[in-house]
Design a protein around this ligand. Structure first.
Ligand code: C2O
Length: 551
């Protein structure tokens, strides 16, 4: 591979959407941010220079960061933030990965505007395991807030009220024709008839899983989270924050005399943190030259509208997710751990916080002290980075007593218990190098069922099983798929159900795991794993780079 250099200048930029102009934090003045493009095997060095008043930190979501944990980016986990006027060069090599990922700010809610695509091409001369597309187009979904998102989350944490929802969803930063005062900000995909397009879908929304489809077209899903899958056809799909999905769109064989809306709107299982609106873009067929003098103007062409699943269509979400299977062939094997060294059972969800006076209470309701937690622990970010504390053996920053099962005993039969009691802490799990881990995550909540897209930094996980209701440790493992489970970096815990994942802890460092709904991260649905060095030289975390930011 080669070395590719990027410079990300963090600066303010005025952007107008929904007829209001707002100053937002951007990379290089661009919204969404620039594309990071590389090939498998390349080294990438991104020099991030912070020119704004906010602290900054950037995460390369889904990049494995093998032996480069210092470049992962979550603030106070692998690094201290880049302060105003300072810079940090993220330096990593892309090993064994190709496909679509995303980068985003990983501090507070700044990823609302600081995000962009990562596109990793296969090594030179290595083809895709599907027909070569005529063209490739990234479609990155986001959320647009008229108000300042830092003010929104700060107010929510201060008052205990749920944060305001966004004012629009976006495709490539554009809100589309279905919102007021927005038609001119519409993403338009111009295509030719009879061609295959590779669409790289990325969900960078803060708080919403999204359904997506294109009117009157079926697509073939070929990759998720930069892992090839067994191709299948569908006319709608689901993508959670943090997930990516590559689809092939084969355009109609001849000019259709119509235009087609493509649209995305939320799949919402919880309460309150979504707005029931739709972002649309336009799929427009380029008029063949022999039709160029046709009297019909494109504006008058019929417009086909897509039909998306209902807002709370959990059955569709579950069945769609079940269809995703690793390619699992000789060239792209699925290295699913067949044996397990260590088993974990985590409850994830919202619960109440008794809130001793010396602790911080986070959550949407000050009176009953709701908080989000994993195994009844609402994770508190430390004031120095965990990775530094771990590497330099600094005491008092975290404790290693994160429980393998919930603090409140989970009754595997009967009704899922209310995850009612939550304690605050900065607790981690320590794993010896190469531990084979099985983790079952169970949705619990006193607010009702809610799906949670759980993202693990530094690894891909194999999704070996999922189900509704309570996980049954005596029955469910018999049905685990250890042959071709989907491999990904963000796995959904189904609403009112559970998901089982496996991964091998072959990457030394400190690795954040959290729900990729930003509001749930803020409320504490997050924890960290420490993976110890192995004995061989290539199994050790190297020392930090000299420019690593200080707290
Ligand atoms: Cu994409 Cu820790 O996040």
């Amino acid at each position: 591979g080669i070395t590719r250099h990027y410079k990300f200048d963090i600066k303010l930029q005025n952007v107008t959407r929904l007829c209001r102009t707002k100053s937002i934090v951007t990379v290089n003045g661009q919204f969404p941010g620039p594309r990071l493009i590389a090939r498998e095997g390349d080294r990438v060095i991104i020099k991030v220079v912070n020119h704004v008043a906010n602290n900054m930190s950037i995460h390369w979501h889904g990049i494995r960061q093998l032996q480069s944990g210092w470049a992962d980016g979550p603030a106070y986990i692998t690094q201290c933030p880049i302060q105003t006027g300072q810079s940090y060069a993220y330096n990593f090599t892309i090993i064994g990965q190709r496909g679509t990922l995303l980068w985003h700010a990983h501090i507070s809610w700044l990823r609302a505007t600081v995000y962009g695509p990562i596109i990793i091409f296969p090594k030179r001369g290595v083809p895709y395991p599907f027909p070569k597309p005529y063209k490739e187009v990234p479609l990155i979904f986001g959320e647009w807030f008229n108000a300042d998102t830092e003010a929104i989350i700060n107010q929510s944490l201060r008052t205990g009220a749920g944060p305001n929802v966004s004012d629009a969803y976006t495709i490539n930063g554009l809100t589309g024709p279905l919102y007021n005062c927005s038609a001119k900000d519409t993403f338009k995909l111009k295509v030719k008839p009879g061609k295959t397009y590779l669409l790289r879908l990325i969900n960078a929304a803060l708080n919403d899983e999204l359904f997506f489809n294109i009117a009157n077209h079926t697509v073939t899903v070929v990759e998720v989270d930069a892992n090839y899958i067994k191709p299948f056809e569908t006319d709608k799909l689901l993508i959670t924050p943090g997930q990516t999905t590559n689809i092939l769109l084969k355009t109609k064989p001849s000019y259709p005399n119509a235009t087609f809306l493509m649209s995305a709107r939320p799949y919402a299982t919880g309460q309150g943190t979504f707005d029931n609106s739709t972002v649309a873009g336009i799929l427009e067929y380029e008029r063949p030259s022999n039709l160029s003098h046709s009297p019909i103007s494109i504006k008058k062409l019929p417009l086909f509208k897509p039909t998306l699943p209902a807002l709370n269509d959990t059955a569709f979400a579950f069945n769609y997710t079940n269809r995703l299977r690793s390619l699992a062939n000789a060239q792209y094997p699925a290295n699913v751990p067949q044996t397990v060294d260590k088993r974990f059972f985590f409850t994830v969800g919202l619960g109440s916080n008794p809130c001793p006076r010396n602790q911080i209470c986070q959550g949407p309701n000050n009176r009953t002290k709701f908080a989000a937690s994993v195994n009844n622990i609402s994770f508190i970010l430390p004031s120095t980075a965990l990775l530094q504390a771990h590497f330099f053996g600094q005491n008092g920053v975290y404790t290693t007593d994160f429980p393998t099962t919930p603090l409140i005993k989970f009754n595997y039969t009967g009704t899922p218990p209310n995850n009612t009691s939550v304690m605050n802490g900065t607790k981690v799990v320590v794993l010896p190098f190469n531990t084979s881990v099985e983790l079952v995550m169970q949705d619990t909540s006193i607010l009702g069922n809610e799906s949670h897209p759980l993202h693990l930094h530094g690894f891909n996980v194999f999704v070996v099983g999922q189900g509704f209701g309570n996980y049954d440790p005596n029955k469910d493992p018999a049905n685990f798929n250890l042959v071709d489970p989907v491999e990904r970096n963000t796995a959904g815990v189904p609403s009112g159900g559970w998901v089982a994942i496996r991964f091998r802890a072959d990457n030394p460092g400190v690795w954040f795991m959290h729900c990729h709904f930003e509001v749930h991260i803020s409320w504490g649905l997050r924890m960290a794993w420490i993976v110890l060095d192995g004995s061989l030289p290539n199994q050790k975390l190297p020392p930090p780079p000299a420019d690593l930011p200080k707290c």
